[in-house]
Design a protein around this ligand. Structure first.
Ligand code: TRP
Ligand code: ZN
Length: 493
């Protein structure tokens, strides 16, 4: 971590989200509604991340160092591929997860993140392995130690009813039962509710999903189907593959009574689905998604995945999620929301933060993409949107947190992270000029494609692409990202 980041005090009680301010009401409804009214006390324990440190000497196995999610991720190996075989007969999931991983240290035991249903069997590279569960950690002891550098497989069989991760500040996430099936929205740490995972944003992997359901249901996931579902009696199995590296928080399956439409946009498969009990069409989703993908390619460079689309379900959580290649919307989205989730494919999904403290790199960029989209289609200029928010008085809670390190319980705060994140980018644009700013967005997407990057990496790029001095870059970051106060000077014109 850079020293600019400060570990939040997890004991600070959450302040109620301010729903006042200057943003248009559709924005309020769109995202802030998700956790509005959830003013319960935070029950996060002031947990220490690295229990293995206490065991002395060994590699700290539990936790990968995220400042907001100390238990998320693990150390000692890298996952290369997840093969998830999921049989769903509501509400019971019968599953087998097979992970292919490479040891990065000698492993006598290793951890996975898992808070899902009862485990029936664990094997490592084909041999039965011991396991135990401690909180959200699944600790596996292979029958023989795994030497550093070796590739191994972990097969976990489990069965039961997954539990949604219900967090007062972060909304319901993970495995979510719907009226007609189930959907997974894993941001930030819900993947562990339905499969054993190295839930570290930096450990991207490819995925295969085999989803078995009643034959009259439809199952979708990230990426592309390998063919039509395989029917066997009254059950059918759909297989989907995500061939590009994916962070676990972006993995998605959606099961239900969907109407699916397949087409293409610029040669890419364009697959959408909607729940006909919730609406009559996904026509607007299809057209706006196609336009946003093409517009994004012009503005940000090559689309990073092999297909696109979107899923409109009736989730009830109140927020949309940028699940890789195919976002999930909770009810019919407005145009700005579609543009936002498609922009995330470049900013968040392909270029992913190194830790959750840098969530503004996702949300500020996706929100700024909405402003750019509006500006490019005859709507208000980004400058005028910026001006509107900049007029917020200095004593308003709008300015009361740090955009570049909002704290775990405020990571989805619409004002602090989304709007002020977009304002920070606009302030940068006015400093370096339109041409260099455009080049910066493209260089960011290109340089860190399918990888991870932090604010320091962005500052480095402002120097190399836009010629900003180190001092000016640092001054911009201090002013717009790391100060919990209204910047004294608005973006110069
Ligand atoms: N990342 C999502 C988006 O911007 C929104 C989101 C995910 C969210 N989880 C949340 C918003 C929890 C509020 C609360 O598209
Ligand atoms: Zn977003």
């Amino acid at each position: 971590m850079t020293s600019a980041h400060e570990t939040p005090d997890p004991t600070t009680p959450p302040t109620p989200r301010s729903l006042t301010g200057t943003r248009p009401p559709t924005r309020t409804r769109r995202r802030a509604a998700a956790v509005a009214g959830l003013a319960c006390a935070l029950t996060l324990t002031a947990a220490l991340p690295v229990e293995a440190a206490a065991r002395g000497g060994a590699i700290p196995a539990s936790g990968a160092g995220d400042p907001y999610f100390p238990f998320a991720g693990n150390q000692g190996y890298d996952v290369e591929h997840y093969d998830l075989d999921l049989d769903f007969a509501s509400p019971v999931l019968t599953a087998q997860a097979t992970l292919t991983a490479r040891a990065t240290a000698d492993l006598n035991e290793f951890h996975l993140d898992y808070s899902g249903p009862a485990i029936e069997e664990v094997e490592v590279s084909g041999r039965p392995a011991d396991h135990r569960r401690e909180g959200q950690e699944l600790i596996i002891t292979p029958s023989a130690p795994i030497p550093a550098g070796h590739v191994f497989t972990v097969r976990v069989r489990y069965r039961g009813t997954p539990e949604t991760v219900d967090d007062p500040q972060l909304g319901a996430h993970g495995w979510i039962i719907t009226d007609d099936g189930a959907v997974t929205l894993n941001q930030p740490d819900g993947a562990r509710s339905w499969y054993p995972v190295n839930d570290d944003v930096r450990d991207k992997a490819t995925y295969t999903f085999h989803i078995t359901t009643a034959a009259d249901m439809t199952a979708l996931a990230n990426g592309e189907p390998t063919g039509p579902p395989r029917v066997s009696g009254d059950r059918s199995t759909a297989t989907w593959v995500m061939r590009e590296p994916m962070a676990s928080y972006l993995s998605m399956v959606a099961i239900g009574d969907f109407t699916r439409t397949d087409g293409t946009v610029g040669g890419l498969p364009h697959i959408t689905a909607y729940d006909p009990a919730g609406q009559e069409t996904d026509g607007e989703l299809r057209t706006v998604t196609a336009e946003a993908v093409q517009w994004g390619q012009e503005r940000f460079g090559a689309y990073p995945f092999d297909s696109t689309g979107g899923i409109i379900d009736r989730v009830g959580g109140g927020y949309a999620l940028e699940t890789q290649s195919r976002p999930v919307y909770d009810g019919a989205p407005d145009e700005a929301t579609i543009v936002h989730e498609i922009a995330h494919q470049w900013f968040g999904d392909s270029v992913t933060p190194k830790t959750w403290a840098d969530i503004w790199l996702n949300e500020g960029f996706a929100t700024y993409a909405e402003w750019l989209w509006g500006e490019s289609r005859g709507g208000p200029s980004a400058q005028s949107v910026f001006d509107e928010y900049y007029a917020t008085p200095a004593d308003d809670p709008f300015w009361s947190r740090k955009t570049g390190d909002p704290g775990r319980e405020h990571m989805f705060d619409y004002q602090t992270v989304y709007l002020r994140g977009a304002m920070a980018l606009h302030a940068l644009r006015t400093r370096i000029g339109d041409a260099d700013f455009s080049a910066l967005l493209r260089a960011w997407a290109e340089k860190h494609r399918h990888g991870n990057a932090d604010t320091g990496d962005l500052l480095a790029l402002t120097r190399s692409v836009a010629g900003l001095s180190e001092a000016d870059a640092a001054q911009w970051a201090d002013t717009w990202l790391y100060t919990a106060a209204k910047p004294a000077e608005p973006a110069a014109r």
